[in-house]
Every structure is written in C-alpha cells, then in structure tokens.
Design a protein around this ligand. Structure first.
Ligand code: GLN
Ligand code: ZN
Length: 743
C-alpha cells in the first residue's frame, strides 16, 4: 500500500445488493424486528462492503458511507443539529422521527441532492442551533472496519456544503461554530489512528458567490491547521470545481478529487498550488453504467501528471448512484451487457487503472482494457423523424384558446380536486405482478386483477367526491420502468436498485439504443377506467425528460436527441389516448429541474432541449385536450419560464412539505396557467388534519385565482397505505368544498 491515498472510490452503494437495508429498516419501522436485528443487518452490510473493496485491491477504502437513511441527516445528527421536536427515547428513533415524521410532527423537508435522483433531508440551522459533537458514527465505523483488518478513510459531508444545503436564517454565518465540531471530530479520528479523511463538498460543483468561496477557503485552512491530524482529501463532485479549485489548492489540505466525467481536465494544470498535493483524477463515471474506455481514462489521468505532486485515479463521484453488481443480472442481452459496468465492475476499473498508472499498461490491463465491441441498437426511421423536426412540431394553440375549449368541454368547478396518479400499491398488486413474472398468473389473469383494482379505485374516488379521477397506476411497478419495458431501446435490470431516498429505491432502466414504441402502452387501461365513470379520467404518462433523468442514458449522442426519440413515442401515445376519448392527459415531469445543470451557464442549452422534448410530446394534442404536468418539487421560480413554455394547461407541484412557500413564487411570478400546489404531503405517513388542509387550501385560494387553482396531494400515493390515503383525500375534498363556498 502506498503512503498516499492511491486508487480509490469516493463512495459506495449502501442499501444492500439485495436491498437488505431497505427490508430491515422497514421491518423495524413496522415493529416487526427489534433494534438489535436492524443493527446486525447494518453491520453485515458494512462488513461485506469494506471487505469487498479491500479484497478488490483498492489502495484506500472509504468508510462512513453507510447510512440508515441519509448522509445529510447523519451529519445533522453528528453535529447535534437535529431539531428538538423530533426527540425520542433513543438516538436511532430520533433520527427516524426527523426522517419520517411522527403522528405529531411532520418530517424534515426533503429535496433533491444536486442534479441526481437522490433526495436528502434539509437541515434546519439558524443562530440558535447549538452545534456539538453529538455522535460517533464515523469513529465507530472506522473502528469496526479496523477490527476486520481494513484501515479505512472516513467520509464526511463537508461543513460548507452542509450549511449550503441547510435552510434557516443565514446558515453559513454559523460556519465557525460548526467548524469547532469538525475540529474536535478530526482530533478524535486522529486519536483512533485514522490516516486520511475525505470531506465531500459537492456544493462547489455549482456556481458559488465570492463569500461562499471564501468560506470554503476559511474552512479548510482551519481544518488543515488541526495539529497531528489525518491527511485531508476534499472532493467536489457532480461537476467541475471551477473557481473552488484554486481556493482549495490554496489551503494546506493534502488531496483534492476532481470530477473528470462531469468536468474536464481544462484549467487544472494552471493551478500552481496543486503542485504540492495529490490529485484524485475522477475518470471512472460514478453516475452512469457504461463500461469505461480504460485507455481514454488512463490518458486523461496521464495528461494531468505534471499538474500535481501525485496523480491517482478514482471515481468521478460516489458510486451511490449506480447498482451494485452487473454479475447479478441474468437477463441482459449479451451485446448490452458487454457495454456495462456497475459499482463492483467500476471498482475493478479503478484498480486496473491505478496499476496501469503506476506500473504501466501491461499484464491484466492488456487483457481487460479491450474496447466494448457491440454497437447501440439503431432505428433509421426514428432517426430520420428526429432529423426532420420543425419548430411548428413543438407548438400548441395559444393558452387562451385552449382554456376556452377545455372549459367548454370539461365544465369543471373552481378548486377542482384530483390526485397525481398512483394509488397505494397494495400487497395484492405486488403479488399479482410477481405472479405474472414467475408464471403463476397468466397474462389474462393478471389483467383481470388489474382491472378489478382499477374498478375499486374509481369507485373509491367517486365515493370520496374527487372531480378528476385517475386509474391508479396499479399496472406500473415504477413510472419510468413501466414505459421502459414497453418501449424498444431500453433494457431493464433485475437487481439494479439505487437509493432514491431513505428506504426507497428505484431500478433505472438503461437506454442502450434508439427508442421506438412498438404499440400503444396505456390506452387499454385508461379507456377501461373511463368506461366506469362519468367523471373525466386523466390519462397518465411519464414525460421524456423524466424518462431520461431516471434512466441510465446513452453517452454516445446528445441527450436532446434521445429525448426527442422518447417524445415522439409519447406523442403517438397521446394521439391514441385522444382518439380513445380521453380528454385530460397528464405528462409527469418531476425530474425537469433535477437535470438542470448546476452551472447557470449550462442551463439555457439544457432548458432548450428538455422543454423542447416535452413540447414535442404534447404539441399534437387538440386545444380541447387538457394537458397536465406534475413536478415533484417546489423551487418553482428558477424554472418558471421553462414551465410556462411547456405548453401544459395545468401544473401540479409539491408544496405541503415546504408549507406552501411556493405560493409566494406563484404570486410573484404571475404564473398564469392552471396550478395545483400540493396540500397533502405524501412523503410522510402522517394524515394531515381537516383544519390543516383547509388552511392550506384557503391560503392557496388567496394566492391563485380559484378558477385556475387545483386541489391535489403533493405527489402520487403509491408508497402510502389506504389507512392514510382515504382520510387524507376526504379532508382534501372537504377542504376544497368549504373554501369553494367562501368564494
Ligand atoms: N403519476 C405519478 C404517480 O402518481 C407521478 C409520480 C411522481 O411524480 N413522482 O405516481
Ligand atoms: Zn411527484
């Protein structure tokens, strides 16, 4: 082993190769297993991860990458910043209370982690927060690994990014107090014999002010000044560090990791202060599943050799965002498989690159560094269609014309009530899906069960009194996966789970070639649902940007081109839904903002192709067809123009959890389309009380003209149970009726 950091990965998946942690925490929450059983599962997962990374031949193995729920909440717990209202009998339950809420208190706000599909819990920091070293997780994990013979590198969320992610009155003003805790922690880690500590500062892969950059410099000056401390590695992944690189290089830290997948090598050699440091060249993509071109990756690392004292290789980011192991997949076509690498395979790539960089490109390298040979699936017809697109293909009739046509055909009341699409995915639904997979159910039997479920959900919605109904999406395992399974050009995995938030995981499909729609996907379900009711039933589709955002995408052609291929498939689906008599069609784009580049300079280009692909999907719809879209977040003002440009008639957004702060934005921006700020937070098992919902509806009605206001939950209901959903929806409908009477 080198005295330096050597070849390494910046983080690793933690939910378990078979989602063991998900099962354990959910059983613990349900009271079916005790604390000891949960802790034992967690320990097994950490153990196998460390041993695997160590045995694979990495020079430095990260620790403290495990989390029971979220690394940002872990950090809040570590520094004593979990709000007192969550306090329970023990730290673990306090932690879960902050993550999930209790009957009495809603959970911490949750939001997207940078431009990924991971979500973190937003710390609440203000002048009254008392920081202290409240926990020992990084120390305990270090000891635990040490006992296995693995000398790890604890990974901490950096103090500046932690504060940048927090909400409250000027969290960054609390940096010095927070640093005192990090200083104490560094001392404690030193006393354990830790030789390297990693601080993640992904906040600096986004645009930052001079003040924030100065805070970064100050933080690492102070941490570097701790006597007898471990060596410090600071990372800033998900993009180029830009001006943060010279700031970090100007401090006395020992190593900096740069993301050379989301960023480039440009400018790195011109930072003279790097010369005395170790540069971790993040050449292996931590966020996508393609096998690396090892020769190109090696050349990239080699090109930086003079820029720093030492150059080593690593992943571009944590591997949290890719599945565990390609070898666990049995169903992938060989041509697709030959082009892939998951976390375990990426570790191997890093190890090989590390050796090649040190010892030259010989031996095993020569055998493994061969290029993947298979070519992406090609469909000349769809390529020709995309190439021939004209601006008019993305244009709908003016909003006023559409609104008039829709008023005439739909005749909905003000404060119309609806849901976002999915209803609870019950045990029976999951059993049926599993039965179809294993052959216990025939397709006809399965379809019959789904129809029975749809009929039940329609009846329930009529009974509750909702105005616009949904079929409930029982046939969909996941809103992206489902479409991926019905479109050509996508591959699905069996075990390719990645953490989305807490115990929730998704299995992103892999877009490996040109995308086409072999036949209608949703039309039969939608028309069946509509046949059961005289209320309008919304058709339900996932938009092109979200399909891309929640898939692993091709990196051999511009994203916009892939998005337009998907959009053309959706456009055909919308035409088929319309032809079948569906008058309202929702095209979900919860990920529109998620993909927004972190650097403002890159945003216009992104918005052009992303908004353009949505427009392409919906612009074939008649003016009388009401197009809804759903966005899963509330930071609305940033992308308001883009949302305005989508060509949707109604936009539903998240709002309940952030206490309707979005209403301010709506008022301020004068957003003039239909809008449904969610009044029921579905991310928590808590049922909001009648008065609480009525207040939210009244607040919304004061901010948005009632004719354009929609009343709906924050998001789909699939992760909830009927015991929560039914009373919550009844409160919602009652609230809408009450407020309607006051108009
Ligand atoms: N229609 C989807 C559902 O209700 C939307 C979910 C989402 O935006 N994440 O499940
Ligand atoms: Zn949502």
């Amino acid at each position: 082993m080198t005295s330096g950091i050597g070849a390494t990965v910046l983080g690793y998946p933690r939910i378990g190769p078979r989602r063991e942690l998900k099962r354990a925490v959910e059983q613990y929450w349900a009271g079916r297993i005790g604390r000891d059983a949960l802790l034992a599962t967690a320990k097994e997962l950490r153990t196998s991860t460390w041993l695997e990374l160590h045995d694979a031949g990495l020079d430095s193995v990260p620790s403290n990458t495990f989390s029971f729920y979220d690394q940002v909440l872990d950090t809040a717990a570590l520094v004593g910043a979990v709000p007192a209202r969550y306090r329970q009998d023990n730290d673990l339950d306090t932690y879960f209370a902050a993550a999930r809420g209790t009957d009495e208190v809603p959970p911490l706000e949750m939001t997207k982690w940078f431009d990924t599909n991971y979500h973190y819990l937003v710390p609440e920091i203000d002048q009254d927060t008392v920081f202290f070293l409240a926990g020992g997780k990084p120390i305990e994990e270090y000891r635990e690994a040490k006992a296995l013979g693995v000398d790890t590198r604890p990974v901490l969320l950096g103090p500046v990014t932690f504060l940048l992610l927090a909400k409250g009155a000027d969290p960054l003003a609390r940096l010095d107090d927070l640093l005192a805790v990090y200083v104490e922690l560094l001392g404690a880690l030193a006393a354990e014999g830790v030789s390297w500590v990693q601080f993640d500062e992904p906040g600096f892969a986004a645009d930052r002010t001079e003040e924030e950059l100065a805070a970064l410099g100050r933080a690492y000056e102070r941490l570097a000044a701790v006597p007898n401390r471990p060596k410090l590695l600071v990372t800033g992944f998900y993009g180029p560090l830009g001006p943060a690189l010279p700031v970090l290089a100007g401090t006395d830290i020992e190593a900096i990791a740069v993301d050379l997948v989301a960023g480039t090598t440009e400018g790195i050699a011109s930072v003279p202060a790097l010369r005395g440091k170790t540069l971790v060249a993040g050449v292996i993509d931590g966020r996508n599943v393609w096998r690396a071109d090892l020769r190109a990756a090696l050349a990239k690392a080699v090109s930086l050799l003079g820029a720093a004292d030492e150059v080593v290789v690593g992943t571009s980011s944590t591997l949290l965002h890719v599945p565990y192991d390609l070898d666990a997949e049995t169903g992938l076509e060989p041509e697709v498989r030959s082009r892939l690498a998951f976390a375990r395979q990426k570790v191997r790539e890093v190890v090989l690159l590390g050796r090649a960089l040190r010892e030259g490109a010989t031996g095993e390298w020569a055998d493994e560094a061969v290029q993947p040979t298979a070519e992406p699936r090609r469909d000349d017809a769809v390529r020709a269609k995309v190439a021939a697109l004209q601006p008019a293909d993305r244009l709908r009739a003016p909003y006023a014309e559409r609104a008039a046509a829709q008023d005439a055909s739909l005749g909905l009341p003000p404060l119309a009530t609806t849901t976002i699409g999915s209803f609870p995915q019950t045990g029976e639904i999951r059993t049926a899906r599993a039965g179809l997979r294993t052959g216990d159910l025939t397709q006809a039997q399965y379809d019959e069960r789904m129809r029975a479920e749809i009929a039940r959900v329609i009846k329930l919605q009529e009974d509750i009194g909702l105005d616009v109904l949904v079929h409930g999406e029982p046939e969909r395992n996941d809103m992206v996966q489902y479409f991926a399974e019905h479109l050509d050009g996508f591959a699905s995995t069996e075990l390719g789970w990645v953490q989305s938030y807490g115990s929730r995981c998704v299995r992103p499909p892999i877009i490996h070639g040109d995308v086409t729609r072999p036949k209608p996907i949703t039309v039969d379900w939608a028309t069946y649902a509509q046949s059961l009711t005289s209320k309008p039933v919304k058709g339900m589709l996932t938009g092109p940007v979200t399909i891309l955002a929640w898939s692993f995408v091709r990196d051999d052609q511009p994203l916009g081109q892939t998005a337009d291929q998907v959009a053309l498939a959706l456009r055909d689906e919308i035409a088929d839904l319309e032809a079948a008599g569906i008058q309202i069609i929702q095209v979900d784009e919860p990920a529109l903002r998620e993909l927004l580049p972190l650097h403002a300079a890159d945003q216009p280009e992104y918005l052009e192709w992303s908004v353009g692909s949505f427009q392409l999907a919906v612009a074939g719809a008649a003016p009388a067809t009401q197009i809804h879209t759903h966005l899963c977040y509330s930071e609305f003002s940033e992308v308001i123009d883009a949302i305005d440009g989508l060509g949707a008639d109604v936009t539903t957004i998240e709002a309940a959890r952030s206490k309707m702060e979005v209403l301010e934005d709506l008022r301020a921006t004068g957003f003039s389309r239909g809008v449904g700020p969610g009044v029921y937070d579905i991310h928590s098992p808590r049922v909001p009380g009648q008065d609480e919902v009525t207040d939210l509806v009244a607040a919304a009605a004061a901010a948005v003209p009632p004719k354009r206001l929609w009343i709906n939950p924050d998001c789909g209901l699939k992760t909830r149970g009927y015991a929560e959903v039914e009373p919550a929806l009844r409160h919602l409908v009652t609230a809408a009726r009450k407020v309607r009477e006051t108009l």
